[in-house]
Write a protein that binds this ligand. Structure first.
Ligand code: OYP
Length: 577
């Protein structure tokens, strides 16, 4: 097994012996001039191997590599990973293209049941459950909390001015003993607002314009039914052509309105929650760590296992997924210019605070949302990660002053804030680290996002997107304007065609399936830390993860629909897919 992040190669002669023990050292701990020279030489070499580049303006900067082939060998996939990645994709695409041929190319489906014709073999229990229940309102609400994009739902204290709902409209979703105003005050009303997709340039696929709406959806935490959608408006500006859709509308009308919400959800989920807020954010830390911290540095040792393979998967994403002729351009409504505009909008409002789960939940006002498993598991994991990180940091930094005086660590945070997250005045991460507390939080963010948060967004994508009508990647007709004019034919002409559906199935399966060579959270196979004190902290972390594992297991036992994305054994130690 090749070492991804080598520790020892810089060290020669008697010095090599000392370091082979693996004792982590900050700059101050390394006293001999010889060692200091090596530290410097290592960093010089690394800075020339790993350089920043602006792939596109207005999003995080990334590694300077045109394709994965330009990356240094140390950060490339190993043979097993590469062949598995390439084979799995070909397998999925081949399987589906055979079906595609058997059906008909580039055409609409006839009926919702038709999607079953490609829904075969590449299955999962949740995907199947989804296929059976995707029309149900409770299932729609459930997905806002425990689907692939659990960060969109927010509490609604006051109705938005551009969403003119009256109490009357939603009364039928509530018991006669209560009404909208009372439920707003009680904290039982929630909102999905896709304003960010308003006016995004749309893709043209084989000559056909695709469409994007900007929905608003009001939800009610019903005492018996759980979280259910009660009103949907598909554009941000109210008007005669943008009716407010209700569960009491003709069934197909309400269904189509929900599909439009879920189509915006696909875009926000994949591009913002997944790509931008996990992959691209973590790449910044990856590049800065490789450039600024020598392999003996404790922060390097702590982070390296959480940064494995991220540069390569991101390079592949940039060349094959979001490039001018990539997968998005071929089948997704935001393909082309749209995906960049959307990402730039999100980047403008991205905050360091929102990357910390506790703040994320309080700021969205969702601390009292019922059966929000993602929130519960996230907090357990965050706390375990935070205890682990502070345990490690305390071994090498005895005071806040030690933090302030670590010149390598200060160069690292400057690289992150000034070279990585550029053009981002409101990000809220200072370019100077002044206390141990700040270091705990920052390193916990990096580990939490590269493990738990990525698992929560990535690993369910086949479950929630394989049944294409549940989360369509594109819409081929504009949103409905007349509640009484919605037909099955119109729905079929709107949803992704046969070919687009096949690609959506293939790619989400390819990315969402368990990785055969996965290293789970907390398994440190390369033994960066060898000193006993550090091993103890690692062991305690593993024990806590085991407890979380058992807790989640028993909580899910016998449940018809299980939430297992944050099961520690299913969380990868880094973003590798
Ligand atoms: C890289 O040969 C990645 O076509 C995925 O990207 C898929 C390929 C290459 C295709 C290879 C090929 C991984 C990194 C990332 C990310 C996050 C965003 C994922 C979005 C998935 C969208 C699925 C689209 C379905 C229509």
């Amino acid at each position: 097994k090749p070492m991804t992040f080598p520790c020892y190669r810089w060290l020669i002669g008697d010095i090599k012996l000392e370091i082979r023990e693996g004792t982590a050292k900050t700059l101050k701990d390394d006293s001999s001039p010889q060692l200091l020279t090596h530290r410097k030489a290592e960093l010089q070499e690394r800075k020339s191997a790993y350089r920043w580049v602006t792939w596109a303006p207005g999003i995080p900067r990334c590694i300077d590599a045109k394709t994965e082939a330009d990356l240094p060998q140390d950060v490339r996939f190993d043979n097993e990973k590469r062949s598995d990645f390439e084979h799995s994709l070909h397998y999925a695409l081949l399987e589906l293209s055979l079906k595609k041929l058997a059906i008909k190319f580039g055409k609409s489906w006839n009926d919702l049941e038709d999607f079953k014709r490609i829904f075969w073999k590449l299955r999962s229990p949740v995907a199947e459950y989804c296929m059976e229940h995707w029309r149900d309102d409770w299932f729609f609400g459930y997905q806002c909390m425990n689907g692939s994009n659990p960060r969109m739902i927010q509490r609604c204290k006051k109705l938005p001015e551009n969403f003119p709902i009256t109490a009357n409209m939603v009364q039928s979703s509530m018991s006669p003993r209560t009404h909208l105003d009372r439920e707003l005050k009680a904290g039982n009303i929630y909102l999905l607002d896709y304003a960010i997709t308003d006016g995004i340039p749309t893709n043209t696929i084989r000559g056909t314009r695709q469409h994007i709406a900007a929905p608003l959806c009001l939800l009610y935490q019903h005492p018996d039914q759980g979280l259910i959608p009660v009103a949907i408006q598909l554009e941000q500006t109210p008007g005669l052509d943008t009716p407010i859709f209700l569960p009491t509308d003709p069934p197909l009308t309400w269904l189509l309105a929900k599909m439009w919400v879920r189509h915006s959800e696909f875009q926000v989920f994949q591009l913002l929650s997944h790509l931008l807020r996990t992959h691209l954010v973590i790449e910044v830390f990856c590049v800065a760590t490789l450039r600024q911290l020598p392999a003996v540095h404790p922060v390097y040792k702590l982070l390296a296992p959480h940064l494995r393979y991220t540069l390569e998967i991101n390079c592949r994403g940039r060349t094959q997924l979001i490039s001018d002729n990539g997968i998005f351009k071929r089948v997704v409504s935001t393909g082309g210019e749209g995906l960049l505009v959307l990402s730039q909008r999100e980047y403008q409002v991205l905050t360091y605070r929102s990357l910390q789960p506790r703040y994320d939940f309080t700021d969205r006002g969702v601390t009292r949302l019922d059966k929000y498993h993602y929130r519960e598991h996230s907090l357990l994991l965050w706390d375990a990660i935070h205890r682990f990180v502070s345990g490690v940091v305390d071994l090498y930094y005895l005071s806040d002053q030690d933090v302030e005086e670590d010149l390598e660590l200060q160069a690292w945070i400057r690289d992150i804030t000034q070279e990585g997250f550029t053009e981002l005045p409101n990000f809220g991460l200072s370019s100077k680290l002044s206390s141990r507390e700040e270091v705990y939080t920052l390193l916990s963010v990096v580990i939490f996002i590269s493990t738990a948060q990525h698992a929560a967004t990535n690993n369910g994508q086949f479950d929630w997107c394989a049944w294409v009508p549940n989360t369509p990647c594109t819409m081929r007709h504009p949103p409905p304007t007349d509640k009484d004019a919605v037909t099955m034919e119109m729905i079929m002409d709107t949803l992704p065609d046969v070919s687009q559906s096949c690609v959506q199935m293939a790619i989400t399966w390819h990315l969402g399936r368990a990785q055969p060579d996965a290293i789970p959270l907390g398994q440190y196979t390369e033994e960066h830390f060898t000193e006993g004190r550090a091993q103890q902290v690692i062991d305690r972390f593993r024990m806590e993860l085991k407890e979380i594992e058992e807790h989640i297991r028993s909580e899910n036992e016998g449940a018809e629909l299980q939430y297992l994305y944050l099961l520690p054994s299913r969380i990868e130690n880094s973003i590798t897919i």
